[in-house]
Design a protein around this ligand. Structure first.
Ligand code: HEM
Length: 539
């Protein structure tokens, strides 16, 4: 039954399959499921609509208005919280991780243990050198592939994914997985198995190699989360999954590995006196969390110490949340730059001007040199890549959004895409705060928002200005993305090295779709590159 007072398509409310018959043609036309909802808001001329997506279930309320969404996520936290549907997706895989919990004092305490991990000192001192090392390895791998491909395009998403996993593994656990090095050696060993068609416009296909066991396990669990997300009965689907021998084997391996690493670190810290613990130089996120845990047990820290199970799941959550997000963002960035040659050239020129040591620049040089066009490119890629288009919440009280009544218990999906032309709303209909925060941004919309234009983030002096438009790609408020500083730093380092190491040449039209699949994230349907390695002496 529709919620009263919220617009919807009348035929959808009378049909078992609700809005699905409307959604499918739009997907085949736009190759992008998110587009249906944006267009329905315009069709119904309302920023708040309801959709019927599952038989015998309550409708889902959808809100598409950047200003109001930012205000609600940031300020109205007593009215909206983590939705049970999101909890149900993560709980079977990460039952004790903070991502699956409501915003309670217990959740806050759990988060507090990991506070320093996204702090500037840890990110610059510990994470940045490792990111630079992995970015160099990624370039080495791509150089080998480009040379073998001989000017043919090839699939690159898995290389980005492997690179992101290598980074998050070493940042979290302080050990080297060396997945990229192993992959490069494997490609060289199996060189004769690469399929090289006669035409340079056809794909070079590289053999699939064995990857580290933990990488394969995490990839398997991520697929499990995706399938659970799509299934009509999430508990039933997870029960089926748990019966599978593959699930049990991977779960047992993951349990052994992560528990072993926790145990080793606790033993390393066990002999340290309190003053030594205070000054101990952490070499990874696990060091930092377990050291803080020891101090907490010694009464030096005012939060309830999280349990070992919570620490275990939080570590695993970082592996899951912290690698595919970055690989997908990098994939979109590379696609945008491939199709915007002028932006790619300008970025390379600015990098060369700002970083005289080019690919040999240090992390300090890459991180501390202001390079406005690099910052603008990243912001624009994150905005337009739109990898997390929906933020799902439950209304915890009877409330309203833009004057539309929202009943307690309703599932509300907030759009985080800053590109659609806003539906006209009288200013007085907005919350007081959203009226006031309007001044925080120069603009909320331009007619070319569907285009990739890094310049939109530069002010008249040519400086990068993050307040040119609202941003929502990492969400907002207490449930804002926990890894955003890490993700931005890694994107900066990796993109710098990639653009200085390769020219991203145009890819044949049939391998250049800008369409997306909606999985947990909004993933490009195609992610191919055609690379010309750059000789720095000659650029
Ligand atoms: C460009 C890359 C990334 C993007 C665009 C992104 C985006 C997001 C968004 C939009 C959310 C909010 C979801 C919601 O409110 O429902 C989120 C949550 C989260 N992200 Fe990210 N993320 C990225 C990278 C990372 C990385 C690298 C990590 C970890 C190392 C991470 C860890 C998390 C965690 C733990 C949460 C859950 C926060 C909570 O408990 O509410 N993310 N991310």
């Amino acid at each position: 039954r529709p919620y009263p007072g919220i617009p919807y398509l009348a035929p959808s409310a009378r049909r078992l399959w609700g809005d699905l018959p409307h959604i499918l043609p739009v997907i085949s036309l736009t190759q992008d499921p998110a587009k249906y909802v944006y267009s329905l808001c315009r069709q119904l001329n309302s920023p708040v609509i309801q959709l019927f997506l599952r038989p015998f279930s309550a409708p889902i309320i959808f809100v598409d208005d950047v200003r109001e969404v930012k205000d609600i996520l940031g300020m109205r936290t007593m009215e909206f919280d983590r939705a049970p549907s999101t909890q149900a997706v993560f709980a079977p895989f990460l039952p004790h991780a903070s991502i699956a919990k409501r915003t309670t004092p217990e959740w806050r305490a759990q988060r507090r243990l990991w506070e320093g991990v996204m702090g500037r000192d840890f990110l610059r001192r510990v994470a940045a050198p490792r990111m630079l090392g992995c970015a160099r390895e990624l370039c080495e791998l791509l150089r080998v592939k480009a040379e073998i491909a001989g000017g043919r395009p090839f699939y690159v998403f898995e290389d980005f994914d492997l690179a992101a996993f290598d980074v998050i593994w070493t940042v979290i656990f302080g050990r080297n997985l060396e997945a990229l090095v192993t992959e490069r050696k494997g490609i060289l060993e199996h060189r004769e198995d690469v399929v090289l068609p006669g035409s340079k416009d056809e794909l070079a296909v590289f053999p699939t190699l064995r990857r580290p066991e933990i990488y394969e396990a995490v990839a398997w669990f991520v697929k499990g989360v995706e399938k659970t997300l799509r299934s009509l009965s999430q508990p039933w689907h997870h029960w089926v999954l748990r019966q599978m021998p593959a699930y049990r084997a991977k779960w047992a391996m993951k349990e052994r590995l992560v528990s072993g690493l926790i145990h080793d670190t606790r033993s390393k810290l066990a002999d340290l006196a309190d003053d030594q613990l205070d000054t101990f130089e952490d070499t990874c996120a696990m060091d930092m969390a377990l050291r803080r845990e020891r101090l907490a047990y010694d009464g030096k820290f005012d939060a309830r110490p999280p349990t070992t199970r919570e620490i275990h799941d939080e570590l695993f959550m970082f592996l899951v949340a912290g690698h595919e997000t970055k690989a997908v963002t990098l994939s979109w960035t590379v696609k945008f730059l491939t199709n915007n040659r002028a932006a790619q050239t300008k970025l390379r020129e600015d990098l060369l001007l700002s970083l005289p040591n080019g690919v040999n620049s240090t992390t300090e040089e890459i991180m501390n040199t202001p390079i406005p066009y690099l910052e603008a490119t990243m912001e624009e890629a994150v905005r337009l890549g739109n990898i997390h288009p929906r933020l799902v919440r439950i209304a915890t009280v009877d409330t309203q959004i833009l004057g539309y009544p929202i009943p307690k218990g309703a599932n509300v999906v907030f759009s985080s895409y800053v590109a659609e032309k806003p539906v006209d709303i009288p200013e007085e209909q907005r919350s007081k705060r959203s009226q006031q925060t309007k001044v925080n941004f120069r603009k909320h919309y331009d007619d070319d928002m569907e285009d990739f234009i890094p310049e939109r983030w530069l002010n008249e002096k040519g400086e990068f200005d993050s307040h040119q438009y609202p941003t929502l790609a990492f969400s907002a408020g207490p449930r804002v993305c926990y890894g955003r500083a890490l993700a931005r730093q890694e994107l900066r380092i990796t993109l710098t090295l990639l653009i200085l190491s390769f020219r991203f040449e145009p890819v044949p039209e049939k391998y250049n779709s800008m369409g997306a699949h909606q999985r947990i994230l909004r993933v490009p349907q195609q992610c191919y590159v055609r690379l010309t390695p750059l000789d720095h002496a000659k650029i």
